[in-house]
Design a protein around this ligand. Structure first.
Ligand SMILES: NC(=O)c1ccc[n+]([C@@H]2O[C@H](COP(=O)([O-])OP(=O)(O)OC[C@H]3O[C@@H](n4cnc5c(N)ncnc54)[C@H](OP(=O)(O)O)[C@@H]3O)[C@@H](O)[C@H]2O)c1
Ligand SMILES: *[C@@H]1O[C@H](CO)[C@@H](O)[C@H](O)[C@H]1NC(C)=O
Ligand SMILES: *[C@@H]1O[C@H](CO)[C@@H](O)[C@H](O)[C@H]1NC(C)=O
Length: 390
């Protein structure tokens, strides 16, 4: 393949980008990454739904008021354009004028929206994670010019496969479109009988990992020969060590500030084997890869035959991160950069057996002592209110 170097800044200059999942953890960091590395970028359309009575414009302005955007001017922040959309509807149910504008101007599409719950029904998970991917692909194919389509999959997408997993798409037995049709059937039969369900999910640990594999299959079927990329991050941590010094501890313990309001610092225990390896990846590495992959794909003279897949994960041999390491980092960083919502500073220890049980029981008591005044009696001071609804 062509290895010609290209600067991110130049690649994104005067481009329009479309993002789904922009209000999520990764999507928000992607918006920040794009604006920071490519200030000449023209526009970022973010497909947003209404939530908790907030309109897309209100949600995006709340998002942009997060401290990770503080270093950007309001002129640059104004490049983020919220658009109301339903990810499972054809063309996301976009207004015709906006749709026409997008088809004319957008050349890079990031599909990062997803339902990341491991206990949801097969039907709900397929509709949100696979049907939305189909809608996004259809929209991408209708663009006047598509330079790159990047899908945020997961390192867990192929948990039904034994042994080494390569950077390629593994075929599912049933086609993703067939599964979408079944999920659209109403009332759905997918989740009715446990045997049918377990046969359907083809040896996966849950409906989430299966839906990610199905979505990858959809990209293989629909976008082979186009410039499509799939990233498979491991567990993503809110490190911002490279771009925003000093912000790491806060984001790591507060997941990009989004759930910061919930963080009270009462954590005292984690359980598990301190020597077990954590497969994880700092957030800015994920974002850097997502931007570089788009630039790589968008500058190929001949599109690759198959989607390009990238694993984003620590290498166990050269960089083993253990549970004990994670606990140490959490403790150190949260002391260095405490959240303003802390009641206690976290001081986590790994505990197992009876000590774990006792500590967890104690934790519930502490949590209740905070939750009752805050939620039910509304007695919390201002900085303790839950602020999760961006
Ligand atoms: N975080 C990780 O460690 C990790 C690791 C590997 C892969 N991934 C993948 O990365 C992607 C993004 O993850 P994340 O951590 O950013 O997730 P997140 O913080 O939970 O954000 C999910 C995003 O998807 C949107 N979404 C979910 N359900 C929706 C629905 N029914 N309709 C419209 N929008 C909906 C959310 O919009 P609202 O704000 O409107 O709810 C939000 O923007 C996912 O595809 C996930 O599978 C994440
Ligand atoms: C999934 O788990 C969450 C948290 O444990 C719980 O609140 C929710 O009710 C569960 N949902 C289903 C459909 O089982
Ligand atoms: C991890 O690093 C080792 C040592 O450099 C290397 O041999 C191995 O191929 C790497 N693993 C992967 C999956 O890249």
């Amino acid at each position: 393949m062509d290895t010609k170097l290209c600067r991110l800044k130049d690649f994104f200059a005067s481009r329009c980008v479309l993002i789904t999942g922009g209000t999520g953890f990764i999507g928000m960091a992607l918006i920040e990454g794009l604006l920071t590395s490519s200030p000449d970028l023209r526009r970022i359309y973010v497909v947003v739904r209404e939530k908790k009575g907030l309109k897309p414009v209100e949600r995006i302005s709340k998002l942009l008021s997060n401290e990770i955007f503080d270093h950007l001017s309001s002129e640059i922040k104004a490049k983020v354009v919220p658009i109301l959309g339903d990810l499972t509807a054809e063309n996301f149910g976009l207004e015709p004028t906006i749709l026409a504008e997008i088809r004319e101007t957008v050349t890079v599409v990031y599909h990062s929206a997803g339902l990341i719950k491991f206990n949801r029904s097969l039907q709900e998970t397929i509709l949100m994670n696979v049907l939305s991917t189909l809608r996004c692909i259809e929209l991408a194919k209708s663009l006047a010019k598509l330079s790159a389509f990047i899908y945020t999959s997961s390192i867990t997408a192929n948990t039904n496969i034994q042994g080494k997993i390569s950077e390629k798409v593994y075929k599912t037995k049933r086609s993703p479109k067939e599964m979408i049709m079944l999920a659209l059937e109403s009332p759905s039969t997918l989740d009715k009988v446990p045997e049918i369900k377990s046969d359907m999910i083809e040896g996966h640990v849950n409906s989430y990992t299966y839906s990610k594999q199905l979505a990858e299959n959809l990209i293989l079927e629909e976008l082979s020969g186009f410039t499509a990329g799939i990233v498979r991050p491991a567990l993503v941590y809110g490190f911002y060590e490279h771009r925003i010094p000093g912000w790491m501890g806060r984001s790591m313990t507060g997941q990009c500030g989004q759930i910061k309001g919930h963080i009270k610092g009462a954590v005292r225990s984690m359980y598990g084997d301190p020597n077990s390896i954590y497969y994880c990846i700092p957030c800015d590495h994920v974002i850097n890869c997502m931007m570089a992959l788009a630039a790589f794909l968008g500058t190929q003279e001949i599109p690759p035959k198959l989607p390009v897949v990238a694993h984003l994960c620590n290498n166990k041999t050269i960089n083993p991160i253990t549970m004990q390491d994670i606990v140490n980092i959490l403790n150190e960083e949260s002391w260095k950069n405490p959240c303003d919502t802390y009641i206690l500073l976290p001081r986590i220890k790994i505990r197992n057996g009876l000590r774990k049980t006792i500590h967890f029981a104690l934790c519930y008591i502490i949590a209740l002592a905070i939750y009752i005044p805050e939620k039910l009696l509304k007695m919390a001071p201002g900085n303790m209110k839950c602020v999760s609804n961006i």
